[in-house]
Structure formats: C-alpha cells, structure tokens
Design a protein around this ligand. Structure first.
Ligand code: SAM
Length: 305
C-alpha cells in the first residue's frame, strides 16, 4: 500500500505493552496507552491482517518494554507460525535478555535492538533510572551466544551526559560485532518537549558527527527504505547507523505503527491521527473491511519534518 507521498508501507512497528521497568530521561512513550492492551489473540490476528493487506514481511515489536509482556515468547511464536514475516525483530532495554534470549530466539525472533546509552554504571543509572548496566551487558553476550545477528545498540546522544562516550561505544561495538545506532534526541515526548529547557540543554545536533564519520568511513550506504539513514563502516570494522529527524528522514519513512491498545497510526509524532482497530478485531470482518481501515490510516501519513 502506498501513501499520498508515494511512500510504500514496508514494515510494522508494534507496541505490545506500555509497561516498563525503566524511567528513561528522554522516553517518547511510543505506542503508549492507558487503556486495555490487545490480547495475544488480537495481536496475532492483527499481524496476519497487516501482512495480508499491506504485503509486508518485516515487523518490529516494541513497548513500553516488550519483555515486560509475560506472553512475549508466545506472541513471537504465534507471529512466526503465521509464516508471513521474514524478519521479526524487537527493541528492548535488555534487562530481561539474560533469562529470555534463548526462548525468544527459539520462538522465531530474528533480531534485536538494545538501548545502551552509556557504558558507565553511574551515567547508565542517570539516563535509565535503573542500576542494571551489568545485567544488560550479560544479556547482550547471551543474545550473541544464542545466535541473534545483527544486534544493534540504540545510543541516544545527550549533550553533557553521554556525548563523551561515543568513541567508547564505537570500540565496544567493533570488538563485539554489534551495530551502533546513533540516535539524535527528539522532542516528541512530554519528558523532553514539555519539560522546560530539557531539550535545549541536552539536545546535540548529530550533523557535525555525521560529517566526521563521513571523513573516517571506509564505506557509506544510505538505507533508502529505512528513513534514508546513513550507515558508516569504519576502518576498525565498526558499523554505525545514524538516525536523525529531518525532511529526508520523513520522506524515507515506510513504517506503519500500532499502539498497544490497537491504535493504528502512521507517524511517531502524530499518534493522534490514528484509528483504533481493537473493536473491529473482535468481529469477523472480511479482509477488505480491514483493508479499508488500514488505508484510511495510510492516507493520513504526512512527512512530519
Ligand atoms: N523499551 C524498549 C527499548 O528500550 O528499546 C522499547 C521502547 S523505546 C521507546 C524505543 C527506542 O526509542 C529507544 O531505544 C530509544 O532509542 C528511542 N527513543 C525514545 N525516546 C526518544 C527520544 N526522546 N529521542 C530519541 N530516541 C528516543
């Protein structure tokens, strides 16, 4: 399905819970809802519908923290059993990876992104409100052992907090074979956008860093179907993907999002334009009825920046 800006929907980002053990300084509360979460059956049914009406084969589960959802392995297994998705991934804070990585891999999860904004225990605690860096690092090794590949680390850059750790993170990734996702702080959340001068204080323009990476890189690619993200390979074999909100970023957006309550929406920054599909999922509608709902949401997509 193609939106009004000629952007084809190629993948789904699905929040399965609002629960989280962390209280991240910058949290954007994506897919957040106070109302009822979709049940496991509703999630499975919606994944099937979306794959069929959109002809997509990629899905990423998120939260809140997706590993806080007790039935997470069952959800992955069910979606994998649909045999409609070639790429099932998840973004997680990593706290429960040590105990769950193997089960998730066996259930059919292919890839993970793990939030890691610092390698310093005190800084980690300040950013995430949790003293659990050691456990997350063990979880990462476990995830590598059981076979997840690639493993990407989400590094949200914050001025004066972790910007001095970029090289450490690059070296850590090179040494362990992880991919670094360098993410520019955005201000969509109340925690950032409506919190006094928080954004001005901590936001760092990633552009100069990108220019520097350009001069150091052996190889640069632009992921056209992934918000035009630039990916750099450095001489030490570190791979760094950059995520920075901009018009090019939005013009390359091919995602459809689902909130944990069944709100379908087309842009992280405009969840208010969504349509809730939970009620419709309880009925046995024809595929064309669901397609109509999805099409309305796809038609509401506009480049935000
Ligand atoms: N709890 C999971 C996790 O830690 O990955 C999933 C939810 S979290 C909202 C997903 C990702 O959103 C985080 O890894 C972080 O990179 C990104 N994120 C959240 N708030 C952000 C902000 N204000 N600016 C930039 N990235 C943000």
């Amino acid at each position: 399905m193609i939106d009004n800006y000629n952007r084809k929907i190629k993948h789904i980002r699905f929040s399965i819970t609002s629960k989280c053990q962390y209280s991240c300084l910058y949290c954007d509360r994506e897919g957040y809802s106070r109302t009822n979460e979709l049940t496991v059956e509703e999630i499975t049914k919606l994944c099937k519908i979306l794959a069929e009406v959109l002809n997509v084969t990629r899905i990423k589960f998120t939260g809140g923290e997706p590993l806080c959802r007790e039935e997470i392995a069952q959800i992955i297994q069910n979606v994998s059993d649909l045999q409609l998705y070639k790429d099932i991934s998840m973004t997680t804070n990593g706290l429960l990876l040590l105990e769950k990585a193997e089960e998730l891999y066996k259930a059919g999860l292919n890839r993970i992104n793990v939030s890691l904004a610092s390698l310093q225990p005190e800084v980690y605690k300040k950013i995430y409100g949790s003293d659990s860096l050691k456990t997350v690092l063990k979880g990462l090794q476990k995830a590598k052992e059981v076979g997840f590949n690639p493993i990407k680390l989400n590094f949200v850059l914050m001025k004066g907090i972790n910007d001095n750790e970029l090289e450490d993170l690059i070296n850590f990734c090179a040494k362990n074979g992880f991919v670094l996702q360098l993410i520019e702080l955005h201000k969509v959340s109340d925690a950032v956008g409506r919190n006094g001068d928080f954004y001005e204080k901590y936001h760092l323009d990633v552009k100069p860093i990108i220019e520097e990476l350009e001069s150091r890189a052996d190889k640069i690619i632009v992921r056209g179907s992934m918000q035009n993200r630039k990916v750099f390979t450095l001489p030490n074999s570190a791979v760094i993907e950059t995520i920075t909100p901009s018009h090019e970023f939005c013009m390359g957006c091919t995602k459809l999002r689902v909130g944990c309550d069944g709100n379908l929406f087309g842009c992280l920054f405009r969840s208010d334009l969504g349509k809730n599909i939970k009620g419709a999922l309880r009925n046995h509608h024809s595929l064309s009825k669901y397609e109509h709902i999805v099409k309305q949401v796809v038609d509401s997509r506009e480049p935000y920046y």
